[in-house]
Write a protein that binds this ligand. Sequence first.
Ligand code: GTP
Length: 400
Amino acid sequence: MHIDLVTLSLVGALQALLLAPLLLAATRAYTGVARQSLRIWGTVLVLQALGWALMGARDQISGWLSIVLANGVLMISYAETTRALRLLLGVPPRRGLLAAIGISGWLGIVWFAQVQPDYPMRVYIATVSLGGFLLLLLWPLRHALRPGGSTAQRVMLLVLLGAAAGWFFRVCELIFGDVPTPGLLAATPGNIAQMIYSAMEPVFASVGFLLMYNELAQAELRRLARTDALTGMLNRFALDEMAQRLFQQTSPHSGAVLMIDIDHFKTINDRFGHAGGDRMLAALARGISQCLRADDVLGRVGGEEFLVLLPGTGIDDALTLAERLRTAVSGIQVTLDGEPQTVTISVGVAVRQAEDKGPGALVRRADRALYAAKNAGRDQVATLDATRPTPTRDVAECSG
Ligand SMILES: Nc1nc2c(ncn2[C@@H]2O[C@H](COP(=O)(O)OP(=O)(O)OP(=O)(O)O)[C@@H](O)[C@H]2O)c(=O)[nH]1
């Protein structure tokens, strides 16, 4: 079978050239880092098209164009691919290091093209530079190999390892092959394998990019679906999920919930408008969270009501924490229309009982206790559960 490497390189170049505008148009609506990263990738495709077209025309054009310019363009494209992927992975792009690898590799290639012509040396130098870029990608991508790691990142890892294998094969051929210096366009197995892979790589890598973007977008959507937009805390949906999980995972003999409601919040809204009320709500959420341990869970169940899940906590410690929250909240001042304002809260406390079938029973008792606190005059803590000595948890001090 005769494989024409010039045609192969031109097909690869054409493919990359056509893919670039399609990809950029299809991802126009993307935002943030994903947009920046895909824009760089679009440019990379154009650079690769140019680089491979110049390489493919080696027998028709001067060495300056087909070696010096082509390798310069390809080095920029490899450095930019690394930058785009590192951006998408959320790690620092290391532009200085990328530039150092690219420029030193290119200067080496120019030296062994123009000053002391040596084709194998050029391949070795290009391989070392690519190895540098590859390490900067493989290191952050190593997390994908863990159980449950990102599928999109694994796809990208395969694409990169495929490129590395192509270069490795070519270097081995140069070192151990029969033909002393086969040249770029000689149809040797190493050259053919690498050229076929290079022609297909724009498509594989673009799919990898889009899959990675898709995973990021889905994670962001999941986060938004679980977050209360005003306070940044968990919303009701996420709280229900967490309560269910904690109920199943923790001991049936400990665990408490606090239902917190701001007293007379309507008066804040009436005096300062909804925007003023919103600022107060956000400040209180921050204040409450500063009194909690890392494994306590705070969320807004709606309106001016918050729920706190306290794993591994008994009734006495839950009451102590509730009291601490009540005192902390009454000390939070929010300036509305130039006047410092404070509010108070009522807190209903419930602790897990052996007969509770699910977290709902616990939350309903906390809710009833909250109404008891409201009926008893507000600005207080109440519980319907019998207090009993429990192992003392380390109730966090408020840090704000
Ligand atoms: N600013 C703001 N206000 C909200 C939000 N959700 C609910 N509210 C307001 O919270 C107030 C709740 O009023 P009520 O249920 O009468 O309770 P309250 O005035 O706090 O009185 P008590 O709970 O009985 O002490 C209403 O004015 C709602 O409009 C919100 O997201 N932002």
